[in-house]
Design a protein around this ligand. Structure first.
Ligand SMILES: Nc1nc2c(ncn2[C@@H]2O[C@H](COP(=O)(O)OP(=O)(O)OP(=O)(O)O)[C@@H](O)[C@H]2O)c(=O)[nH]1
Ligand SMILES: [Mg+2]
Length: 624
């Protein structure tokens, strides 16, 4: 028997994904702003493996048009995969008006349905009363008051979902696709609107007003001056914390890898195997793992900001500046997720209607500092920027990191602006106003944050254990073989395959001040940015003479070997260089155009080269 399929349908940001995670035991991304889910996602119902639950992007109507909203419509109509056998309509209890319309639309399709009146805890808190029984009577479907984040409430939802009718073998669908589409298109918006208002009058007892503290908080954080100041302060705090709090744990990780290296040296004979473990694996994987604490802290802050409802407000605050770049606030949410990783950001650009704006957003997303750059930035900052306090309170290293993030943001904005000017010449620019519903401020849900944080940490560890581990082994082989000939005068690595390769491409990067070791490390680093750090670890471990080799930590090695101009140029290179195969593949898939992908990749590499060149040439004149 084929499985039954139930789809979660509702407005953006009403808790569909929290419900989905609870119904299926998944860990899909949840955040307090609209447009988090941009594609459908399926999972098995925990209480019955014969039921598939589908999470959908938020939409206000089945007659909507942006690519993510179209997914919801197509799934419900059965154009994308098999038509669902029942719908779980998720409504935001604090904003029932926005969802009721779609509930009525689904009803015309004749699909079995249960309505989850979600966020009812927030509604109750604000003194809003909804007569769920009456609503159920008017709609003719079961209505549950739920708080998806509460486990007791989740159990009630599971029971209700379990009672939904399953697929009956051989039963014909209520409606054919054409009929269903015809019915939807025939709906009269005004009549629907009137019906919604009529229902609201009967079930909602107290109209909702935002509490005073909420309005005051909004007035402050959205104030053009104070708001901006608060945003800057928050960002500064994040970067300070990344440095100040991570330090002790980083030291511990470094020490344990050094200790493991010593254990190998003491207990194994010198030879290829010991070298593979020490110089290949420990030096490679260890160099990246050291940055786990910083990445964890950064993600914790991002998750906190996401869950509180603050981020979209920052978006609105910056909307004015954004519109000058030719982007609307719609582009802001995808761009925000770029700070974690460009891959979901490029996908999230589906929420943007205008094709030009969507392409520009995809093109600039890789310039924003993703978490994979953090190990690179952190390594070089730790190696060359003194750990000093400036202006009384700011740590110079944290400030530098902040500057690098800012450089990415400014570059992205500038690029968007240039593309706008170019497009305007051809008359292509259309500006859509920002139509974003601001979520309400909410106390972040710490359990959720911890679970998501663990997911991210696990993903990072997985990468260290798989991709980075494998590339470290391959690189170790390339820098070890062939070994040095009889009577060699140079370090053995000079004679290896990788050594030759590094010397071969180094002239291309000489104007940027890159050494051949850096060139070697950048080759596996094309796969993913942080790999360059593990690769540097391996390359330097192999270059070091045996006494130096006792000093395995990468930071002091970079400190001793790189001049400031080289270090700065390397940072400039990584602000732009699109060295991440996953991002490029996603751009190819989302734009569905090899030409656009090549243009974006080429443009980013050109920018990387140019800026690294300028930085190196200027810095070496000033400093040396
Ligand atoms: N207090 C409270 N918060 C909730 C409840 N359900 C969800 N949330 C929070 O609401 C926010 C949105 O939840 P999501 O599950 O991402 O919403 P979604 O409907 O999937 O949103 P999109 O994918 O953007 O359409 C998150 O911050 C959740 O933690 C609830 O019942 N009570
Ligand atoms: Mg979602």
């Amino acid at each position: 028997m084929t499985a039954s399929r139930f789809a979660l349908l509702g407005a953006p940001n009403c808790g569909k994904t929290v419900l989905f995670n609870g119904l299926t035991g998944s860990n899909a991304k949840v955040a307090n702003y609209a447009g988090v889910t941009v594609d459908r996602r399926e999972g098995r119902f925990v209480d019955d493996p014969n039921v598939v639950v589908i999470d959908l992007p938020g939409t206000y109507s089945l007659r909507a048009t942006s690519p993510d909203e179209k997914v919801a419509r197509d799934v419900v109509l059965g154009k994308l995969g098999q038509q669902p056998d029942a719908i779980v309509s998720v409504a935001d209890a604090t904003n029932l008006r926005m969802t009721l319309r779609m509930v009525l639309e689904v009803k015309t399709l004749g699909l079995p349905m249960v309505v989850s009146l979600n966020l009812s805890d927030v509604a109750r808190h604000r003194g809003l009363k909804i007569d769920a029984a009456k609503l159920s009577e008017l709609l003719g479907v079961p209505v549950l008051e739920t708080a998806a984040i509460d486990s007791r409430s989740m159990r009630a939802v599971r029971e209700a979902v379990a009672r939904l009718p399953r697929k009956t073998e051989g039963a014909a669908h209520a409606l054919t696709l054409e009929e269903a589409e015809k019915r939807l298109d025939a709906l009269d918006s005004n009549a629907l609107y009137a019906q919604v208002e009529d229902i609201l009058r009967q079930v909602v007892r107290h109209e909702l007003t935002l509490p005073a503290w909420h309005r005051q908080l909004d007035a402050i954080v959205m104030h053009p001056v104070w708001g901006m100041l608060i945003l800057m302060l928050i960002l500064m705090l994040v970067f300070q914390a990344v440095y100040a709090w991570a330090e002790p744990v980083m030291g511990m990780i470094e020490d344990s890898f050094a200790w493991l290296g010593d254990v190998i040296t003491e207990n194994m004979d010198e030879g290829p195997l010991a070298s593979l473990i020490k110089d290949g694996i420990l030096a490679g994987v260890g160099s990246v793992l050291v940055f786990l604490p910083q990445i964890t802290i950064l993600f914790a802050f991002i998750l906190l900001l996401e869950d509180s409802g603050y981020l979209p407000r920052a978006a609105l605050l910056l909307d004015n500046a954004m519109s000058r770049s030719g982007l609307s606030g719609r582009a802001f949410i995808p761009l925000l997720s770029s700070f974690a990783c460009a891959v979901p950001a490029v996908m999230a650009a589906r929420t943007i209607q205008d094709p030009r704006e969507r392409l520009v957003t995809i093109a600039i997303a890789p310039m924003l500092t993703c978490s994979a750059r953090l190990p690179i930035y952190a390594l070089i900052i730790a190696a060359v920027i003194p750990d000093e306090t400036v202006l009384g309170i700011f740590n110079l290293q944290g400030l530098t990191l902040f500057g690098l993030y800012l450089a990415g943001i400014v570059s992205a904005g500038f690029t968007a602006w240039v593309l706008k000017v170019l497009a305007r010449k051809r008359g292509h620019v259309q500006q859509f106003p920002l139509l974003m519903e601001l979520p309400t401020f909410r106390m972040p849900n710490f359990k959720h944050i911890l679970i998501s944080l663990w997911g991210k940490v696990k993903a990072f560890l997985m990468r260290a254990g798989t991709v980075i581990f494998a590339l470290s082994v391959v690189l170790w082989a390339l820098v070890s073989f062939p070994g040095a000939p009889e009577g060699a005068t140079q370090p053995a690595i000079d004679y290896s395959i990788a050594g030759h390769l590094g010397h071969l491409i180094q002239p291309l990067f000489a104007p940027l001040g890159f050494t051949w070791q850096m060139c070697i490390a950048m080759i596996p680093g094309i796969a993913a940015r942080e790999v360059v750090v593990s690769a540097l670890g391996t390359v330097y471990a192999m270059t070091a003479s045996s006494e130096e080799a006792l000093e395995t930590a990468l930071i002091p090695v970079v400190h001793d070997n790189w001049g400031l101009p080289t270090a700065f140029a390397f940072l400039a290179w990584y602000i732009y260089a699109p060295m991440c195969l996953a991002t490029l593949a996603t751009i190819r898939r989302e734009t569905n155009s090899a030409r656009h992908t090549l243009m974006i990749t080429g443009g980013l590499f050109a920018a990387a080269y140019l800026f690294a060149l300028i930085v190196y040439q200027i810095a070496s004149r000033i400093l040396g």
